[in-house]
Design a protein. Structure first.
Length: 259
C-alpha cells in the first residue's frame, strides 16, 4: 500500500521538476476548462469510483490540490472519500464475506470481532494508518456487520490528516513551492510513523484476542476429558429411589400374581 502512494507522489514531484510547463496549476486548469462548472463534479465522480480502479486515494487528493487549490481540493477529496466508503460498504456487505475470509485467513475472526465491536475506531485507524489497505479494511468491516454511518464517519475523520497533507503537497507541486512541498512531505513521513504505531496497537489487540478466544471443536481439538466427566465415562442408568429402598430392605413389594 505504501509503495503505490510513494510512487505516485514522487512521480508528481519528478514531473514537476522535469516538465514544469506540463505539471502546473495553470496548465491543468486549461485542460479542464472545457468542462466548465462540471469539472468539480467529474473529479468527485472519479473519487467515488476510485476503489474499483485500485488507484490510491492520495494520488487523487494531490491532483485535487494541484487543480482546485487547497480548500476546494480538500473539500472535494474528503467528500469523495466519504461517498466512496458508502459504495465500498454497500458492495462488501452484499458480496464481500467470502473474499474477506480468503484474504484475512486465520486473522479473519479477530479482525471481524474488532470491526464489529469498534466500527468507528476500526475504520478510523485503517484510514489514519498509511500502511493499512483502507478499502480492503472497510470492506472487511462491512462484511463483518459493522454499521454504515459510524464506519463512514470513521473513514471521514481518519482521512483528514493524510488528505490535508497530500492536498497541500499537490498544491505545492502545482505552484512550484519547494519549501511547502518539503514541509508537507515531512508531514506525510510523520503520518507514516503514526500509522506504524497504530498498526502495532491493532496487532497487539488481535494477538490478545486470539489468545483469549475459547478453543472450538469437540473437547478442544482432541483434549482428553477428565476422569469421571459425563463425556469421559459411560452413562450410568438412572435408579429411582423407590427401587433402591426396596432392594435394600429385601422386601418384595410387587403385587401378588393371580392364579
Amino acid at each position: 500500500m505504501v509503495l503505490p502512494v510513494a510512487a505516485s507522489l514522487l512521480g508528481l514531484a519528478a514531473l514537476r521538476l522535469l516538465g514544469p510547463d506540463y505539471v502546473s496549476q495553470e496548465q491543468l486548469t486549461e485542460w479542464l476548462a472545457p468542462l466548465g462548472v462540471w469539472a468539480p463534479v467529474v473529479f468527485l465522480a472519479f473519487l467515488v469510483v476510485r476503489p474499483i480502479t485500485l488507484l490510491p486515494g492520495q494520488l487523487f487528493a494531490a491532483v485535487g490540490g494541484m487543480v482546485f487549490g487547497f480548500w476546494w481540493g480538500l473539500i472535494l477529496s474528503l467528500v469523495g472519500s466519504l461517498l466512496s466508503s458508502v459504495v465500498v460498504h454497500a458492495l462488501a456487505r452484499r458480496h464481500g464475506t467470502r473474499a474477506m475470509k480468503r484474504w484475512a485467513g486465520p486473522r479473519y475472526d479477530a479482525l471481524r470481532t474488532s470491526a464489529r465491536k469498534h466500527d468507528f475506531v476500526f475504520n478510523f485507524a485503517s484510514c489514519i494508518n498509511p500502511l493499512a489497505p483502507t478499502d480492503v479494511m472497510l470492506a472487511l468491516s462491512a462484511s463483518s456487520g459493522a454499521r454504515l454511518w459510524p464506519s463512514a464517519l470513521g473513514v471521514l475523520v481518519g482521512s483528514i490528516p493524510g488528505t490535508l497533507l497530500t492536498v497541500v503537497y499537490g498544491m505545492a507541486v502545482g505552484r512550484g513551492q519547494g519549501v511547502v512541498m518539503v514541509v508537507s512531505g515531512v508531514g506525510l513521513v510523520l503520518s507514516l510513523v503514526l500509522g506504524l504505531w497504530v498498526a502495532r496497537q491493532v496487532m497487539r489487540e488481535q494477538a490478545l484476542f486470539q489468545r483469549q478466544s475459547p478453543r472450538t471443536g469437540p473437547q478442544a481439538e482432541g483434549s482428553e476429558a477428565p476422569p469421571g466427566s459425563a463425556s469421559g465415562s459411560a452413562e450410568s442408568p438412572r435408579v429411582s429411589p423407590r427401587t433402591t429402598s426396596s432392594t435394600a430392605s429385601g422386601l418384595n413389594l410387587s403385587p401378588p400374581r393371580v392364579t
